[in-house]
Design a protein around this ligand. Structure first.
Ligand SMILES: Cc1cc2nc3c(=O)[nH]c(=O)nc-3n(C[C@H](O)[C@H](O)[C@H](O)COP(=O)(O)OP(=O)(O)OC[C@H]3O[C@@H](n4cnc5c(N)ncnc54)[C@H](O)[C@@H]3O)c2cc1C
Length: 404
């Protein structure tokens, strides 16, 4: 038996990040135990699969690596070491063939996560990875051992190295609630406050608009905020507005609300028609049509869009109406509750980990995945960075155990 085989590694969190670290470490001959508090692994991955499982994105690497905002510089070498092509090859190695959607996003052909997760768990089992579910990690005990609440009571472990892959702080019912942050903060680890990312926003709709259009999509629109412009779809909800185009602006909207108490989002209901063309069409005689019928015919606006214009106040006519259609102001006053966000910003500060993702204050303990303080839009960037940081932490564990 080689020296390396004797190394015991605990991976806490059986999401995509932790399972990826476990795969690499077990393939390198280490004895890996994966702990998770839930009765089964990968619950958020399975939930992501309900939307088709957008694994990653096909855009050029430089553009891809720039999607992580302030964290882009730190994540770039980690993504370079495990880029989108490597993730696609890995998925295909598990029998999940992928395709590039019209927006450049990459999905498994199965459009769900369950076959991938099943094949992956089989591979991990074959590599000797031990999975201990229903083990809630509580932190460290007085002797420095990892402490869990297991199905039959307290459990402790003293591995040679630990990978924490505990996820963010949304969708707590799937296992990730961010409670781990207390144990780390108590040990001097820098933690940035959790914030919702890729989330919906509260708007003060009239009760009529809310009742009639809650749940109605706004398709093919453009959203503008603070110099950023995003084309795509959104959904009017009972509480406000959500959907891909809104998520893309969510960091800027969230920060403005925190700063100013509100954010005024501009919606272009006809981004493919110039204002002068719209003005021209709206100057034609209405010939006894109701305003809704006229706007539907002249500007191709569906009822939800016409009523969104009305939410902004009394409707002007001619050029002023065209201007409003190109820029309907919607005042947002709050984010959706964090538990409903697709992902979260905040968590273990990137300054608190070294380039191998080892927590500086806790030698031998690594942190990876959504629990690190980065955020990115939807589009496959979340899973790609989770997998890639799982790879990086595993590489860090190998280097650290090799050095000792
Ligand atoms: C509805 C929805 C759709 C999504 N769709 C996509 C998508 O299409 N593409 C994309 O890129 N991203 C998507 N995401 C985001 C993506 O799923 C996450 O970013 C990703 O799962 C994060 O991986 P992770 O392994 O770091 O954390 P998680 O997947 O959250 O896994 C963390 C694990 O740690 C466990 N854990 C937490 N605390 C403890 C504890 N104290 N003790 C023991 N175990 C603990 C949890 O039970 C969980 O199993 C989606 C998210 C949601 C909510």
């Amino acid at each position: 038996m080689s020296n390396e085989r004797q190394h015991q590694v605990a991976v806490i969190g059986a999401g995509p990040t932790g399972l990826m670290a476990a795969e690499i470490l077990s393939a390198a001959g280490m004895a890996v135990t994966v702990y998770d508090r839930m009765p089964s692994p990968g619950r958020k991955l399975l939930m992501a699969g309900r939307g088709g499982l957008n694994l990653t994105h096909s855009e050029p690497f430089d553009k891809f690596a720039g999607r992580y905002g302030a964290a882009s510089d730190r994540l770039r070498p980690i993504l370079e070491a495990f880029p989108p092509a490597a993730l696609v090859a890995w998925a295909e190695g598990l029998g999940e063939h992928t395709f590039i959607g019209s927006s450049g996003r990459i999905f498994p052909k199965a459009m769900k996560a369950s076959p991938l997760l099943r094949a992956w768990l089989r591979r991990l089992g074959g590599q000797g990875v031990e999975l201990r579910t229903r083990h809630d990690w509580l932190g460290w005990d007085d002797e420095g051992a990892l402490a869990f609440h297991g199905p039959d009571g307290p459990v402790t472990a003293e591995p040679d190295a630990t990978v924490l892959a505990l996820g963010g702080a949304s969708w707590g019912k799937l296992g990730s609630d961010g409670r781990w942050s207390g144990s780390l903060a108590a040990r001097g680890v820098g933690i940035a406050p959790f914030q919702p990312s890729n989330c919906g926003f509260v708007a003060d709709w009239s009760s009529l608009f809310r009742a009639r259009f809650g749940g109605t999509p706004l398709k093919g629109i453009a959203l503008r905020f603070e110099g950023q412009s995003v084309r795509g779809d959104a959904v009017v909800t009972h509480y406000g507005i959500e959907g891909g185009a809104v998520y893309a602006l969510s960091p800027a909207l969230r920060d403005a609300i925190a700063r100013d108490g509100k954010a005024v989002l501009e919606i272009d209901l006809r981004p493919d028609m110039t204002r002068s063309r719209l003005t021209d069409r709206l100057s034609r005689p209405a010939k006894g049509q109701s305003l809704s019928t006229f706007l539907r015919k002249a500007a191709h606006l569906p009822p939800v869009a016409v009523n969104l214009l009305r939410e902004a106040g009394d409707l002007p006519s001619g050029g002023a109406l065209a201007a409003l259609i190109k820029s309907v102001p919607v005042t947002l006053t709050a984010t959706q509750p964090i538990d409903r966000a697709i992902s979260t910003a905040g968590g273990v500060s990137l300054d608190a980990v070294d380039d191998d993702l080892m927590i500086r204050a806790l030698p031998g303990v690594f942190a990876a995945g959504e629990m690190l303080d980065w955020e990115a839009p939807t589009g496959g960037y979340l899973l790609q960075a989770s997998f890639a940081t799982g790879v990086a932490a595993a590489r860090g564990v190998r280097a650290w155990l090799g050095e000792r």
